[in-house]
Design a binder for this molecule. Structure first.
Ligand code: ADP
Ligand code: MG
Length: 258
């Protein structure tokens, strides 16, 4: 162990500076003789402070792209720079630290531990980061408060609705104050009201300066983002302002001062 897990990390790039830079990045899965080119060589830049939706039909490579962006999986070829660091050259330990401290993850299936109350689920990333116990509980409860679940901290996931469970997962994703939030079909299992709640939370986090990458195959969910990247057969087939911002193009210029 070289890095001190409790040491402060650098704040990362400021708004309008590149956070994610893919340069000819691809991912091929091999199982025995079979090769699946899940992500074709892709060049893509996402700046700090952007809110980007990744869209595409099932099997088009959305989760593969998210796994690469989230350092959950390593690209087969090409380069991936995150906050200026060449991810391909990092050690397992450095990658684990990035996943834990720079990135918050939200998944379709919530991925909560059923045996633990909500607040224990939320504090888990802080345990991995070596934060002292009293501070963990305080920050977990603050994160639950932020997602509107201050009174549900002692409830186990099975005692919460799907929408509430996903809000617990969002609290867990933001408890480490990560710069980047990656959400893979976060509303895929939610009804329209819970979907609106979760999208409202993501919008608040974006307003607070987080970079958000939201994977969805629903147009009305993607409309919450300002930019939409569409995948087909592992390839980016379009990249531009979301339907709501048509003609805006603000993402290319960074945030427009108001
Ligand atoms: P999406 O999230 O858009 O549905 P995925 O990224 O999950 O798409 O999958 C893209 C392609 O890669 C699909 O053909 C899928 O079957 C394949 N794939 C995904 N993960 C693996 C894996 N671990 N091993 C082999 N093939 C995979
Ligand atoms: Mg997927």
């Amino acid at each position: 162990m070289s890095a001190d897990p409790t040491a402060p990390i650098s704040p990362g790039p400021g708004a309008g500076e590149p956070l994610i830079e893919l340069d000819g990045t691809s991912k091929t899965y091999r199982s025995g003789e079979l090769e699946v080119a899940a992500l074709q060589p892709t060049t893509l830049r996402i700046d700090a402070g952007e809110y980007v939706a990744i869209m595409g039909p099932s099997g088009s490579g959305k989760s593969t792209l998210m796994n690469v962006l989230g350092c959950l999986d390593v690209a087969t070829a090409g380069r991936y720079r995150l906050a200026g660091a060449d991810v391909g050259s990092l050690s397992e330990e450095e990658l684990a630290e990035i996943r834990n401290r720079r990135i918050g993850f939200v998944f379709q299936q919530f991925n909560l531990l059923a045996s633990m109350p909500a607040w224990r689920n939320v504090e888990l990333p802080l345990c991995y980061a070596g934060v002292p116990r009293a501070e963990r509980r305080e920050r977990a409860l603050a994160a639950l408060d932020r997602v509107g679940l201050a009174d549900r901290g002692e409830h186990r996931p099975g005692e919460l609705s799907g929408g509430q469970q996903q809000r617990v997962a969002v609290a867990r994703a933001l408890v480490t104050e990560p710069a980047l939030l990656l959400a893979d079909e976060p509303t895929g299992n939610l009804d329209s009201r819970a979907t609106a709640d979760v999208l409202g939370l993501l919008a608040e986090l974006h307003d607070a300066g987080r970079t958000i990458v939201l994977i969805t195959h629903e147009d009305d969910v993607a409309a919450a983002a300002s930019r939409v990247v569409r995948l087909h057969d592992g390839q980016v087939v379009s990249d531009g302002p979301s339907a709501d911002r048509e003609g805006g193009g603000a993402h290319r210029l960074g945030k427009v001062p108001s």
